[in-house]
Design a protein around this ligand. Structure first.
Ligand code: FE2
Length: 172
């Protein structure tokens, strides 16, 4: 049971670490794009998966001491291309280009922040390779959603990552 003090700390944590104005701006942009997706089944799954991965990325970034805002924003962008176009092939690279174009237009992020977000989106399909900490957070957040939505369905390159992640998160 949490004490009142720790609940206040949680609220402050949420305010400072998660609900930044920039996060909200990106989320509104992504949600606008996703609400135009047809058919409704793809739209709903896109909204669900992208939201879940963004939140898991925020969670993992906090656990690992990385930048939660950038992790959450990378999560919002990560599958936008796939859902917006219906094309899965090379969707990570397509998504990285989409993210870069939009981020360059908005002028909300520094060059380094943009590179971190775009890089994470670009590499997120490469689950069998290890990249930078933020890239790894996005890949793991994506795998975590796969674990929770479809337990036991791991094959190939996601299996090892899924097992390590379950150990880190103390899953039984
Ligand atoms: Fe994904």
């Amino acid at each position: 049971m949490k004490s009142a003090g720790s609940l206040t700390a949680v609220r402050l944590f949420l305010k400072e670490k998660m609900m930044t104005e920039r996060y909200e701006i990106v989320k509104n942009y992504i949600y606008d794009k996703l609400t135009a997706v047809e058919p409704p089944k793809s739209r709903n799954e896109g909204l669900r998966h992208i939201t879940a991965v963004s939140q898991y990325a925020i969670l993992l970034a906090n656990i690992r001491g990385e930048n939660a805002e950038l992790a959450g924003i990378a999560g919002l962008f990560h599958d936008l291309y796939a859902y917006a176009t219906g094309i899965r092939k090379e969707h990570a690279k397509g998504g990285a280009h989409m993210a870069k174009d939009w981020l360059d237009q908005t002028d909300l992020f520094t060059k380094e922040e943009k590179e971190a977000i775009v890089g994470a989106v670009y590499f997120h399909s490469e689950k069998g390779t290890v990249h930078l900490p933020l890239d790894e957070i996005l890949k793991d957040a994506d795998v975590l959603d796969h674990i929770l939505m479809n337990p036991g369905a791991f094959i190939g390159k996601e299996k090892e990552r899924a097992e390590k992640l379950m150990e880190e998160l103390h899953f039984a």
